[in-house]
Design a protein around this ligand. Structure first.
Ligand SMILES: [Zn+2]
Ligand SMILES: [Zn+2]
Ligand SMILES: [Zn+2]
Ligand SMILES: [Zn+2]
Length: 198
């Protein structure tokens, strides 16, 4: 056998070329310049009227919740089911929550965990030609912000992205819905267990 053939980075603009990424919803490969969303768990903060997103990291600086690229039509399917699920649920309002969930309109306080849905396309990065693939998300428009309640509905009922769901502090679903961390103390039993919660 001769030396392995080098795979050449392909030309920008070749829309048939596949990225190394797969759709987090259906598992299909994602092509360059295909319309996708990036779903992340973030702390959202307001600065000068603009929403700033900070991915939630663990102590070592790694993502605590894996981010996912999702093909746009697959995200639309998720959205449709979510909107149906929440159609009878009133939003959870909070005077200290200036950010609103795109879907259920619940209030989100600065620095609470929530989701962000960034629209865009993967392009070949011109800045890193040597790097394998050199994939770069080119963002289109403002991200949607999704509250922690809707994130868990998606995760529990539609597509499981994160094994244990999204929590501030290992709360049960009722506590997530009630945003109990905003209260001085919560009497729910989920806060009084020794073992970790699932
Ligand atoms: Zn898909
Ligand atoms: Zn919501
Ligand atoms: Zn609870
Ligand atoms: Zn609680």
């Amino acid at each position: 056998m001769g030396p392995a053939l080098m795979v050449r980075p392909q030309e920008e603009g070749d829309i048939s070329m596949m990225t190394s990424q797969e759709c987090g919803e259906c598992g299909e490969g994602i092509a360059f310049t295909e319309e996708i969303v990036l779903l992340q768990v973030v702390h959202a903060n307001l600065h000068d009227g603009k929403v700033l997103l900070h991915p939630v990291l663990d102590d070592e600086g790694n993502f605590l919740y894996e981010p996912y690229f999702i093909q746009f039509p697959c995200w639309e399917d998720i959205q449709d089911v979510l909107l149906d699920d929440i159609s009878d649920t009133p939003p959870v309002q909070d005077p200290l929550g200036p950010i609103k969930c795109q879907y259920c309109k619940s209030s989100i306080r600065p620095w609470e965990r929530c989701g962000s849905v960034t629209f865009g396309e993967l392009h070949i990065s011109k800045r890193a030609p040597q790097q394998a693939h050199g994939e770069q998300l080119v963002e289109l428009g403002d991200p949607y912000i999704v509250c922690i309640g809707c994130l868990n509905l998606i995760n529990n009922n539609i597509t499981e992205f994160w094994d244990e769901g999204v929590h501030e502090n290992a709360e049960c679903d009722d506590c997530i819905h009630g945003r109990c961390w905003r209260m001085p103390a919560c009497p729910c039993t989920c806060h009084h267990e020794d073992s970790h919660h699932g």
